[in-house]
Design a protein around this ligand. Structure first.
Ligand SMILES: *Cc1c(COP(=O)(O)O)cnc(C)c1O
Length: 424
């Protein structure tokens, strides 16, 4: 039976039968037992499905991966130990030394560094483009060795909306897949595969978990991209480390996912633990309820901030005045997310004073949590930079990132109000 997303949040993945636990069990085991040596050998040859070692597959982790695949509408999903490893694996699965890829520059700072610094050391080059540039300008950046295009549905921390359909078409014109980090929107608010995106990634640390209990990531494949054509020999020619097996021939639509597990998990091992997968699954059970409330609360807070004389600017795509509002309505008609970026009139010190005055709204590095939290990049994540360097890095010195939670919105606004009044 085809189910709606709200039902998949509860029933996706783990399907207990007679006498089995209703809640997903934690298979806290590194290894799995077989009756004969032959059974085990077939698993190692990828000729049979089954569990043998939790670096490659674990029943708890698998069940949660299946739920996320169903939520995104993909054919396969791999959970990783963090959002960082998810983005690394998603790209590294189809790029090697000497290759190149293109990314939007409106992306999470950690991803920016991974792509621009660490992957460069591996011999993979990346070009950062401004998604506001016209098509002709961006298309100049494609090279014969370009292997993918990357963007974030809603960028962290700026809150810009990525034009998924436009960039999927552009990537496909050049024979490469579009990878979208869908962390802030979640599949409840946006399903990038429906707009032509080929691979989706997540930091499950954020809304999917929602309770700040585990760091994790996910890579989901739509199964729609055609890897044949010569650009992706890693998928279409024999893998000598797996007895000369060719992923596209042996696994069809599961080629990308199988390669990611068989090579990257096998050799690099950034796995999700069964405990963490269990906690993530509890979060997923209420994702649909929480996202609706995050969006409803953030909308009210953004409107309140926009008319507040102490506030110099507000970036929230749910506001009709926002530059990205039309894109938000197209891709996320039910709401975007709970994260708002805004500027307070005054200096860096004023922003610090405002945050120190807050009552229950917490100062944390985390974002997209059930509890409202706040961060001032200029005095936290980017504190070593001067105001000028901050602007160059695309972070306004007065930018406050407010992650609106699911508390009473009246209390959230009251806390913001009293903290501003105490600034004098
Ligand atoms: C947090 C975040 C990441 C990194 O995820 P971790 O789980 O912290 O490793 C990647 N992308 C986006 C959009 C994020 O918000």
């Amino acid at each position: 039976m085809k189910k709606n997303l709200d039902t998949i949040c509860l029933h996706g993945g783990w399907k207990p039968t007679k006498g089995e636990p209703q809640q997903l069990p934690i298979y806290q085991s590194t290894t799995f037992k077989y009756e004969t040596s032959e059974q085990m050998a077939r698993l190692f040859d990828l000729e049979d499905n089954g569990y043998f070692y939790s670096r490659l597959a674990n029943p708890t982790v698998d069940a949660v991966a299946k739920k996320i695949a169903a939520l995104e509408g993909g054919v396969g999903c791999v959970l990783t130990s963090s959002g960082q490893s998810a983005n690394f694996y998603a790209v590294f699965n189809i790029c090697q030394a000497g290759d190149h890829f293109i990314t939007s520059n409106n992306i999470y700072g950690g991803t920016f560094n991974l792509f621009g610094v660490t992957m460069k050391k591996l011999g993979i080059e990346c070009t950062f483009i401004d998604p506001d540039w016209p098509d002709e300008r961006i298309e100049q950046e494609f090279r014969p060795n370009t292997k993918c295009f990357f963007g974030e549905t809603i960028s962290n921390p700026g809150g810009n909306v990525f034009d998924i359909e436009r960039f999927a078409q552009m990537a496909h014109r050049h024979g490469v897949p579009l990878i979208v980090d869908n962390t802030f929107a979640t599949p409840i608010n946006c399903r990038p595969f429906e707009w032509g995106c080929d691979i989706v990634t997540h930091s499950t640390t954020k809304y999917m978990d929602g309770h700040a209990t585990q760091v994790g990531g996910a890579v989901i494949d739509s199964g729609n991209f055609d890897w044949e054509g010569g650009k992706f020999p890693g998928l279409t020619t024999p893998d000598e480390s797996y007895h000369g097996l060719t992923y596209t021939k042996a696994f069809g639509k599961m080629a990308y996912t199988t390669k990611l597990v068989a090579q990257l998990m096998r050799d690099l091992g950034a796995i999700a633990s069964p405990q963490n997968a269990f906690l993530l699954n509890l979060g997923l059970e209420t994702l649909h309820l929480r996202m609706a409330r995050h969006c409803e609360n953030a909308q009210r807070v953004a409107e309140w901030l926009e008319q507040n004389p102490r506030v110099s600017w507000v970036n929230y795509a749910g506001l009709p005045s926002n530059k990205y509002h039309a894109l938000a309505l197209k891709y996320m008609p039910g709401g975007t997310c709970g994260v708002i970026a805004f500027g307070l009139k005054g200096t860096r010190e004023d922003a610090i004073r405002f945050m120190d005055n807050l009552d229950f709204i917490s100062i944390v590095t985390h974002v997209a949590d059930a509890r409202t939290c706040v961060l001032h990049p200029a005095s936290h994540t980017h504190r070593q930079l001067s105001d000028e360097q901050l602007r160059e890095a695309g972070v306004a010195p007065d930018l406050v990132r407010l992650s609106v939670g699911i508390e009473s919105v009246d209390d959230i606004i009251a806390d913001l109000q009293q903290a501003m009044e105490k600034m004098g």
